[in-house]
Ligand binder design. Structure first.
Ligand code: ATP
Ligand code: MG
Length: 421
């Protein structure tokens, strides 16, 4: 039987890994400029973390989670996102009593049982960040400006940012009544899941991907039109703070976000280049989440960015960073006498941070030269009796065929200086 990767998963091959490393490195650097420290959380959690955190009525929990009982009979779920696990960790590790704000960033795989399409997988990667302990709109703007700076570092300068406010539970209570009135008149037009959701969590109907529901809700009343005074002020404050930082945005009153924990600020970075999916990055404020987990009233805001979709966006813009800029050297030895020397040189080079290889498969000298040309090395060095006698070796660039001589005695130091000095 032919073995294949499970549907919705992908291998990231060595030919692509440069882009991933580049993006991840830029992200972590930008996070660190903004004072965000990396956190690593488990790949799976008790199912309750997500049902309580993300919300029982969400698509993610109802339809998309990989849930199973482990051998001890505990209900476990693979993380469909990062925030709920981080909130759990925040409380468990007593971060609530550390000086605020607590700023955390992460790089994770996430798992959702979804209909697989372009830009939509069952295992995917998210880069994200969370800021706990500040309720004001300035931290929202700061978080958004961090994403914007990250995009700029990748070569994306135009704004894809859409913002909205979905208010607090008080605004929502009022709004739910008017939304329910609207939906009741159109109840027959809703998909089955949304009919079930209608009573408990009508807001989720606005986030449904079913075309019937999208048509029904096109004219629905908007939450952002019924904000209480405090939430309305917060939203104005966010817009002012974004303008202070010269961050362009559009207000999109239809953004509600797919997870239950959001309050007030919600935002997305949207592009047509990532298939029908559109959203590269989504986030928002979750002032009730920590409290919901029993950790007291700690406001928070965060976002997650889909790396696969970001790379699609970069591809469609012709941005190909992280192409193997690294020097990698191939040492071909002529005859058996220099095999050991070649291997030793490789080790010396590697100890000094220069990637180097020599033959390990018993290739002839000619075959080794051919291999070096094909395998993507940047430089070739040949070592035979002539070279050991004279103490001088030639290094040939496999990119432009230029050649240069080096003394064997200080070869490693000189290469290190030239390549990485
Ligand atoms: P969508 O509306 O496309 O389903 P979402 O609202 O479910 O997205 P979030 O939960 O906000 O997505 O996750 C943040 C980001 O993670 C998304 O903007 C997207 O880039 C990425 N993402 C989410 N689900 C997937 C998936 N199944 N495959 C690849 N990337 C994904
Ligand atoms: Mg989704």
């Amino acid at each position: 039987m032919k073995l294949t990767a499970p549907k919705g998963t992908r291998d990231i091959l060595p030919s692509e890994i440069g882009k991933w490393h580049f993006v991840e490195k830029q992200f972590m650097e930008v996070c660190s400029l903004f004072g965000y420290d990396e956190i690593r959380i488990p790949t799976f959690e008790s199912t309750e973390v997500f049902s309580r955190g993300v919300g029982d009525d969400t698509d993610v929990v109802q339809k998309e989670m990989y849930t199973f009982d482990d051998k001890g009979g505990r209900s476990i779920s693979l993380r469909p996102e990062g925030t709920a696990g981080i909130a759990r960790s925040f409380i468990e590790n007593g971060m609530g009593s550390m000086p605020f704000p607590i700023k955390l960033c992460y790089n994770i795989t996430a798992f959702r049982y979804e209909n697989v399409q372009k830009g939509r997988y069952r295992e995917f990667h998210q880069l994200g960040a969370e800021a706990f302990g500040s309720a004001g709109p300035r931290v929202d703007a700061e978080l958004i400006s961090m994403i914007s700076l990250f995009f700029r570092r990748l070569g994306i300068y135009d704004s894809m940012l859409r913002i909205n406010s979905i208010g607090c539970p008080e605004c929502r209570k009022k709004y739910n009544d008017s939304l329910k009135g609207f939906l009741l008149e159109r109840y027959e037009g809703l998909c089955k899941v949304c009919r079930d959701r209608y009573e408990a969590n009508p807001l989720r109907v606005l986030d449904c991907k079913d075309e019937r529901c999208k048509t029904v809700t096109a004219e629905a009343p908007l939450l952002s039109d019924s904000l209480c005074n405090d939430c309305a002020d917060h939203f104005v404050g966010l817009q002012e703070a974004l303008s202070d930082l010269d961050i362009d945005y559009e207000i999109d009153k239809r953004i509600v976000r797919g997870l239950d924990y959001y309050t007030r600020t919600v935002f997305e970075f949207i592009s047509e280049n990532v298939g029908t999916q559109g959203t590269i990055c989504g986030g928002g404020r979750y002032d009730g989440l920590i409290d919901q987990f029993g950790g007291g009233c700690v406001p928070g805001i965060g976002f997650a960015l889909g790396v696969e979709r970001l790379l699609m966006e970069m591809d469609s813009r012709g941005l190909v960073p992280g192409e193997n800029e690294k020097v990698s050297l191939y040492i071909a030895s002529i005859g058996d006498e220099t095999v050991a020397l070649a291997h030793r040189l490789c080790f010396d080079l590697r100890k000094n941070g220069i990637a180097a290889e020599t033959d390990l498969t018993g290739r002839s000298f000619r075959a080794a030269l051919k291999y070096a040309g094909k395998a993507g090395f940047t430089h070739l060095m040949i070592i035979g009796k002539d070279e050991t006698d004279s103490g001088v070796v030639k290094l040939k660039s496999l990119k432009d065929a230029s050649e240069k001589d080096y003394d064997l005695t200080d070869l490693v130091e000189r290469l290190k200086e030239e390549f990485y000095g």
